[in-house]
Design a protein around this ligand. Structure first.
Ligand code: KG4
Ligand code: ZN
Length: 364
């Protein structure tokens, strides 16, 4: 058994300044002692997307207070910590540098081990922040504003990519289509609310990458078709129906590719574990969750998703990823650098330079 870890997590890779304290018990159980997320949505909203300069400045202004609040709410002092975990990428590098530097300063001043966490690894472990215990290995669908990938996760730091988007991420598609429907940023939750009660069959949208046997995703054709339809809408009911059709199309594609990945896994390893996990901001969408759960059940896979608060960016997932690494005997030096791009599966990225997983930029 590994010792207990109480880790301060820091997340500043996009437009949320977040800090959290998570305890990983010796038996592997997880307790979130605090999780504070300060959203910058109001600052970016007038621009319809995240402005990197504004984000970095806002992180600088709030990080110290957010960390103090997380420690206060957890009832843990700096002396009670056993490690510090900060997102080191992928993301908007100015913001990443703010959080990583803050983490390094705490590690240096308090003589604590530092973990420079890959943001995607944070999402990968986020389903474990709920009551459930999820063992490795598992099939992971990571769907956020910057990423859309299917991965086989065998253990801490061991992810192999099975498929990824060839154009936009799923959250990006939600955001861009929401914009054409006149919805405010961030568009995903707004589009979900508009789609409520809508008739998803009134509009026909293209099904993407039909006939392809891989597990890659594409949303650009859907985006173009939806934008064209949005131009001709006159009534609120039509907007609602288009939102419902878009949500159904995105959920459908995510379900179809996940289904394919599950079937391929069962074929390759008939006796292997069948666990399916979805994570990232888009996992907060109820229609998406329901479709994925149905597909998992059909294939005999267990289905896990993070509690809603831990789908979108937060620092509890970063703290837990750090604690998992510390428990596995891994940590980083104070030389760790901020990385704008950092694929979870580095081998696949090197072999396939046209695919750029791990890229996360302005979501406008
Ligand atoms: O994981 P996340 O907070 O940030 C990234 O790492 O990218 O994901 C944010 C994305 C945004 O594109 C947002 O529109 C989308 O997740 N999102 C949703 C919902 N909640 C957040 N998309 C659809 N339905 C939702 N309820
Ligand atoms: Zn994220």
């Amino acid at each position: 058994m590994t010792p207990e870890h109480t880790v301060l997590g820091i997340e500043t890779s996009c437009d949320e300044t977040a800090a959290a304290v998570v305890r990983r018990r010796a038996d592997g159980g997880v307790e979130v002692l605090s999780s504070v997320v300060a959203s910058q949505v109001a600052e970016h909203a007038p621009f319809g997307g995240v402005v990197p300069e504004i984000a970095a400045r806002a992180h600088v202004e709030t990080i110290e207070a957010i960390v103090e609040r997380a420690l206060g709410e957890a009832g843990v002092s700096y002396g009670g910590l056993t490690g510090v975990a900060a997102t080191a990428g992928p993301g908007l590098v100015g913001g990443v540098m703010v959080g990583l530097s803050f983490g390094k300063a705490v590690a240096l001043a308090r003589d604590l081990p530092l973990v420079a966490v890959n943001h995607l690894e944070g999402h990968a472990v986020s389903a474990r922040l709920g009551a459930e215990r999820i063992d490795y290995p598992f099939l992971l669908l990571l769907v956020s504003g910057g990423h859309c990938q299917l991965l086989h996760v065998a253990g801490v730091g061991e992810a192999r990519r099975i498929g990824s988007t060839i154009d936009d991420a799923a959250g990006e598609a939600f955001d861009k289509i929401a914009k054409t429907l006149g919805l405010p940023y961030p568009g995903g939750p707004a589009l979900e609310a508009l789609a409520e009660g809508g008739d998803a069959t009134r509009f026909t949208l293209p099904r993407m990458l039909l006939g392809r046997k891989d597990c890659d995703f594409s949303f650009s054709g859907l985006k173009t078709a939806a934008a064209r339809l949005a131009e001709g809408l006159t009534t609120e009911a039509e907007r609602r129906d288009l939102a419902a059709a878009v949500q159904k199309a995105i959920a459908g594609q995510l379900a179809e590719k996940s289904d394919r990945a599950m079937k391929a896994q069962v074929q390759a390893h008939p006796k292997g574990a069948r666990r399916f996990v979805v994570a990232g901001g888009v996992a907060a969408n109820r229609a998406v969750r329901a479709r994925l759960q149905a597909v998992a059940e059909m294939n005999g896979f267990s289905f896990s998703a993070p509690p809603l608060a831990y789908c979108t960016d937060n620092a509890a997932m970063i703290a837990l990823a750090g604690a998992e690494r510390l428990a596995a005997g891994l940590s980083d030096t104070l030389d760790a650098v901020a990385r704008p791009r950092w694929p979870l599966d580095e081998a696949a990225a090197a072999a396939s330079p046209t695919h750029l997983p791990g890229r996360k930029g302005a979501k406008a």
